[in-house]
Ligand binder design. Structure first.
Ligand SMILES: Nc1ncnc2c1ncn2[C@@H]1O[C@H](COP(=O)(O)OP(=O)(O)OP(=O)(O)O)[C@@H](O)[C@H]1O
Ligand SMILES: [Mg+2]
Length: 244
């Protein structure tokens, strides 16, 4: 059974159909890329998956549970984690405290399994190369560093399914590499990732599968190698070679 099943999902906002009959599934442990031109509905799809927008039609299942009408908070509890751009980071708190807050939000049994909390906090910051800034306020980080902190923190939050919306936007090449490593780490732990990115070489490198959204519809869904040379992909990007 897939971890996530999305079936005939449609969304109309202000008489504009933004998502059209979107159907796909994601298996546990898969890393799936979501690409498509600006305004094609990628972020909107994430908003529907995390419960911030109610679909006009269709259903969403997490394993065998129908979560179509479940609140965002409840979906988070069920294991859907979303990384927002510079959101959810407490700028007035230190990096350490930011990680602690996430750990404290875990159910007690899960927290016990992690072992020594101090070590977990350090390990989390080490993972993204930020442990030397542990005592600094998060607000003093660069945008890219904050992004990494947020991803690292979500990673330790006991989530099953990660929705990452352009995690490398505005991030240096070095940090982009770290994001790729974090995603590989998640995969190793058996976690599932759905990631929106514009950078096709990056997506091809880290994803098992890529879905292409155009005008709110899934027009391609396959292995990076398969979709890369598909004529449709070239057409969508107006004849430009997105891999160039
Ligand atoms: N709350 C809303 N009300 C009305 N229209 C919306 C709303 N949110 C998004 N849209 C519209 O939905 C369409 C898809 O937007 P969305 O942000 O999902 O695209 P995207 O694929 O994430 O684009 P980008 O690559 O630029 O981030 C756009 O036409 C946008 O104007
Ligand atoms: Mg978007």
């Amino acid at each position: 059974m897939p971890l996530l099943s999305v079936s005939h999902l449609s969304l109309t906002l202000n008489a504009q159909q933004i998502l059209k009959n979107v159907t796909f599934s994601v298996d546990q442990g898969e890393v799936v890329g979501l690409i498509g031109p600006n305004g094609s509905g990628k972020t909107t799809l994430f908003n529907v998956l995390s419960g911030f927008l109610k679909p006009t039609d269709g259903s969403i299942h997490l394993r065998d549970a129908d979560i179509t009408s479940v609140s965002p908070a409840q979906r988070a509890k069920l294991g859907i984690g979303r990384v927002f751009q510079n959101f959810g980071i407490f700028r007035e708190m230190t990096l350490e405290e930011n990680v602690l807050v996430a750990l404290e939000a875990l159910p007690k049994e899960q927290r016990m399994l992690l072992g020594n909390i101090k070590d977990v906090v350090k390990g989390t910051l080490d993972m993204v190369g930020l442990s030397q800034h542990a005592k600094k306020k998060a607000g003093s980080l660069s945008g890219g560093q904050m992004r990494l902190l947020e991803i690292a923190r979500t990673l330790k939050s006991g989530k099953e399914l990660f929705l990452l919306d352009e995690p490398t936007a505005g991030v240096s090449p070095k940090m982009t590499k770290q994001v790729a490593e974090l995603i590989a780490e998640l995969k190793k732990e058996g976690k599932t990732v759905l990631i929106i990115e514009h950078d096709l070489p990056f997506i091809s490198q880290i994803c098992d599968r890529v879905m292409v959204l155009d005008l709110g519809e899934v027009v391609l869904n396959g292995k990076p190698k398969e979709i890369k040379h598909d004529k449709k992909l070239q057409e969508i990007y107006f004849g430009a070679d997105p891999t160039a």
